[in-house]
Ligand binder design. Structure first.
Ligand code: SAM
Length: 341
């Protein structure tokens, strides 16, 4: 039997240790949550799903048998990264929302292939950036820097510090673009294009239209990992904004919208609830069956993506589609022409 020695605490220390550690509420987070819970329907930005635990749960989602999205992306990266490297013989690389960096590593091993490349990772999640840096640093000749922040703010910083004369390749993988409404997504492509110069490129990975019967299980898996990922948002708000969500009173739901061609993730109240945000003093009410909409994940058509890229001022240099799960990699270029597929 294992024994352990009990060391008495100094008087007073025991009492203090029982208190939960106070987390300083971020005014930006508080304002976003206050606005989202005051809206109708109640909705929160998908980026809030990614605290440390949310990032870890997302990595678990990528391993689920139902979530073929990641494997399709990885298959294309594995087979086409060398082709991208041939089209961009010198380039530094920046990834928007790399998560734990598994895709970046696989891509850079093939893309860099012995040449010196600077890689920058931009993510809202500190845990993701830590894991990403640790993973990508293993690739020979690749130096890594990280920027904690939102996609476009981070890209702005990276572009401001770019090496003169070296083209930049922006990776936007994992269908991260799909979390934006279509008009916003077009705006994001415009904004990226505006920050780039002739010779730069954007490798955009997007999930394509497919039947709802294939998509729903990918967002509502048998093990309940995606449900945990979704509910963790409430745990985060309880911790970071001193909210009092009863997490067990919410049910995870993945809905398909035919009109918008998107999966929506919701947390549905299973009884009437009053929720207080301790950090702001606001009180919100949920009716029985009312949902909190936490993420949208749109599906795309290849011609739609080409059109958006073209409107933003890109040329489609190549487009590849995974044969097993409709998923596309589109290589957009600034100021060059020619299409391969
Ligand atoms: C769906 S995960 C995908 C991760 C990785 N690209 C992959 O394909 O496995 C989205 C990633 O982007 C980050 N993210 C989400 N919204 C963001 C935003 N608006 N700005 C910066 N990072 C964001 C998340 O923290 C997370 O690491």
């Amino acid at each position: 039997m294992k024994t352990s020695k009990v060391v008495p605490l100094r008087p007073g220390l025991q009492e203090r240790r029982r208190q939960p550690r106070a987390v300083e509420a971020s005014p930006v987070l508080a304002a976003a949550v206050r606005a989202g819970l005051s809206a109708s329907p109640k909705t929160l930005p998908a980026a809030l799903l990614y605290d440390d635990l949310g990032s870890a749960l997302f990595e678990a989602i990528t391993l689920l048998p139902e979530y073929e999205v990641t494997r399709a992306d990885l298959r294309l990266l594995e087979s086409k990264a060398g082709d991208v490297g041939a089209l961009l013989p010198t380039a530094d690389v920046v990834e928007l929302g790399p998560g734990a960096g598994r895709k970046a590593k696989l891509f850079l091993e093939r893309f860099a292939a012995g040449r010196a490349v600077r890689f920058s990772a931009i993510d809202v999640s500190e845990a993701a950036l830590r894991d990403c840096a640790r993973t990508v640093e293993q690739v020979p000749h690749v130096s890594v820097s990280t920027v904690k922040g939102r996609y476009l703010d981070g890209l702005n910083d990276v572009v401001a510090a770019r090496r003169p004369g070296v083209p930049l390749l922006v990776l936007f993988l994992g269908s991260n673009l799909s979390n934006f409404d279509r008009a916003e997504a077009q705006g994001v492509l415009f904004a990226i294009r505006r920050m780039l110069r002739e010779g730069d490129a954007l490798l955009l990975a997007t999930d394509l239209d497919k039947p709802a019967a294939q998509l729903i299980p990918a967002y509502d898996d048998a093990c309940g990992v995606t449900a945990a990922f979704n509910k963790n948002l409430l745990v985060r708000l309880n911790r970071e904004l001193s909210a009092n969500f009863d997490v067990s009173a919410f049910h995870h739901e993945a809905r398909w919208s035919t009109v918008h061609r998107r999966i929506e993730m919701h947390l549905v109240a299973t009884r009437p609830l009053e929720v207080t945000l301790g950090a702001t003093g606001d009180v919100f009410h949920f009716a029985h069956g009312e949902s909190l909409w936490t993420e949208s994940s749109h599906r795309f058509r290849t011609d739609e993506l080409d059109g958006w890229g073209h409107d933003a001022g890109f040329v489609t240099q190549a487009q590849w589609v995974d044969p097993h799960w409709a998923f596309a990699h589109t290589l957009f270029r600034v100021g060059t022409s020619g299409v391969t597929s």
